[in-house]
Design a protein around this ligand. Structure first.
Ligand code: WQD
Length: 325
């Protein structure tokens, strides 16, 4: 199939592009390289340097090749920043996605896989979180993802666009075959911050609070390997095309690791000190977040298989380590 991957030069986008290429699809990456990297582009995928806010060029790109599907991964994702600068998130995440939806309608593209987030759930009412859990985002980033899911539902009803909305938990790790090496720019997420500290790009990291009601006082999250997520995108696209039906599913590992679990595993596997200072809590951090992924298993046959902590840390260290060959 002809697949348009918007944001395909990004950290997750490049892994998704690699997965679709490995499955034999013709892939075109559309990216403005605002956070995506040229080094994440593959020779066997076409590349269009473009912005989702430039409607005419987006529509032109969509009309150039008769795409069977759009994979939409172009969004800002820093929850903290979204509370300080909601305009930036409204513009990029919401207005940008509406451009993609309208251009897809004009170009006759009927299938979209959307990168959503567990941030739509907000403070957990119960764990593990399944798709029936109430949605009540605590930050503007999560709000944008939930609003986009609502737009998608209307376009399904009114324009017969079938969508799969994948609610990622905490994406981490790097391509197990080492084919993707682009470092995220100014990351805020835990694993890249630990890796930057381990490799000396950062002098010290902060642990945001160790007074939570967990085994070691630090927050627990469900870290899912980016290669598992990428596989989930391909399986979700197959599902919506085969069944002509839209779908919203969680994508997590169903395991919970604390900040200290990740930090200690990184110290052990990298052999680096990784200086860390315990600071106050970060506002908006739920104590524990873990996913139930039974729906993804029942509908797609999807289950995370590279998301053990060692693989997450090792594949990241293979990319961040200074002495990499
Ligand atoms: C994980 C844990 C922090 C950095 C984010 C965003 C969004 C979403 C999921 C896609 C928390 C702690 C972190 C640091 C720390 N992605 N931490 N020191 O907040 O769970 O969710 O990822 O949708 O990007 O919602 O991820 O990696 O920021 O934090 O102590 O320097 O690590 O307090 O407990 P989070 P995170």
């Amino acid at each position: 199939m002809n697949i348009l991957i918007i944001g395909g030069a990004g950290y997750i986008g490049s892994h998704v592009t690699r997965e679709f290429l490995d499955n034999g699809h013709n892939c075109t990456v559309y990216d403005n390289l605002s956070s995506g990297l040229r080094e994440n582009l593959f020779k066997d995928a076409k590349f269009i340097y473009g912005d989702i806010h430039d409607y005419p060029s987006l529509l032109e790109a969509m009309k150039t090749f008769s795409f069977d599907a759009v994979i939409h991964l172009a969004a800002f994702k820093a929850a903290g920043e979204s509370m300080l600068n909601p305009e930036k998130y409204s513009h990029n995440n919401i207005a940008g996605t509406l451009n993609i939806l309208n251009a897809s309608c004009a170009a006759g593209i009927k299938n979209i896989v959307f990168s959503s987030s567990a941030a739509v759930y907000g403070e957990p009412k119960y764990l593990p979180i399944d798709e029936k859990h109430p949605v009540n985002p605590e930050n503007y980033y999560g709000f944008t993802k939930l609003e986009i899911e609502r737009f998608l539902d209307w376009y399904d009803k009114l324009k017969n666009i079938r969508y799969a909305s994948l609610r990622y938990f905490n994406a981490a790790g790097y391509d197990v075959k080492g084919r993707i090496k682009g470092l995220e720019q100014n990351p805020a997420n835990l694993l890249p911050v630990i890796m930057e500290t381990a490799s000396g790009l950062r002098n010290e990291m902060q642990v945001f609070g160790d007074d939570y009601n967990t085994k070691d006082g630090t927050c627990i999250r469900d870290y899912v390997h980016v290669s598992d997520l990428a596989k989930g995108h391909a399986m979700a696209l197959d599902y919506i095309i085969k069944n002509n039906k839209s779908l919203i599913v969680n994508m997590g590992s169903e395991q919970g690791f604390s900040v200290k679990d990740v930090l200690e595993t990184a110290r052990k596997l990298t052999g680096q000190k990784i200086p860390a200072k315990i600071t106050g809590r970060r506002s908006g951090d739920p104590e524990k977040l873990t996913a139930s992924c039974s729906l993804a298993f029942e509908t797609l046959g999807w289950k995370a298989s590279h998301s053990d902590l060692e693989t997450l840390v090792k594949t990241s260290w293979d990319v961040y380590r200074k002495d990499r060959g």
